[in-house]
Design a protein around this ligand. Sequence first.
Ligand code: ZN
Ligand code: ZN
Length: 390
Amino acid sequence: MFVLRSLLMMGRITWRVHHCPSRMWAWVKRRREWWSLMYRTLCYNDHNSCNSATDTMMEPMFWCVDHFAKYMGPIMVTMVVFLTTMVVAIFYVCLLPHIYYESMAATLFHLVFGHWLLLMIVFNYIMACFTSPGHPPDNLPEVVSICKKCISPKPPRTHHCSVCRQCVLKMDHHCPWLNNCVGFYNHRYFFMFCVYMWTGTIYVSSVGYTLFKQHFYGSKDIVFPGLVNPLNLAWDVWSSKKVTPEAVAPVTGVNMLTSSLDEFEPELKGQWIHNAIIFEFLLCTGVCVALGLLTIWHALMISKAETSIEVHINKKERKRLKKKGMIFKNPYDFGFIQNWKIFLGIEKGSSRSFWRHILFPSCHTPTGNGLTWRTATYQLNKEENGLRLL
Ligand SMILES: [Zn+2]
Ligand SMILES: [Zn+2]
């Protein structure tokens, strides 16, 4: 009888240990469902999505931009003016004598081209900074929504700038480098400034490249510059040249200059000139890469007749309509060439030309008033299985 009871007890214990993992898992599952229900009861929102979660997470960053951008603006404008002045001064003092030594014809070309670039950069920058982007007036011919911040009606393509604290016509973005909003009336100046400044950095970098190599590497016959500099060792061995430490190692100090630059033209000696030439090239190449990416991105948007804000709005709309089996078309997109003509304000019948109004300073205003917008019409094309611009 005792043995039988012991066996029964063992059986019960074995059964409990055996079922332990599944009971534990069931308990975890119940708890998880309970916490999930709790969370959904408190936070569920039918309109929640990955985008709204990202927006919420970025809210502290937006807050910082809203509160500090207006203080950062004057500092960043001063930086642009100061650095551009330095690049121009170094060009006059260090690079121009070097060009003059080479040829008089080249000097004349660089004087004309360089000053034209400088004029266009300065003109477009001043105009972009001091031209108001345009704000909606009291009487609007067309209203599409109400601004939640200003509690006032908004015309099409108008958005509220939280830094300027007012609505801006065809707002693109608030630019701290201009300390101004980029909108309807100064969008062209902003883009032209980017283009000319980018061209300027490419120009200065290419003109100063030989001098930079002499001062940075100690030789102008460097085949692999920058991060691939160690390859010069292999190159020298391969081309059976005598490898000298000065030829491959980055050089600093006046000692190098007095020894290796004696053979070179003008009196480009001295620590500060050495530093200035290196600074000029590194600054211009750095700005060239960053500004180049920005300019290309803006050029792509202009080609599609979209602003930086509309890119996001249209992307969402495109996705939404695609789910319904519909095709989204930007109503302001008149095709690549026409979009550029409208943006530059040189469309047919405007008596403006590319040569006069884009390659030289021009204060012409964009077509229209920024309050009402002409929209493109499309026709269903069954052969192409899509829409065709009329
Ligand atoms: Zn507003
Ligand atoms: Zn603004």
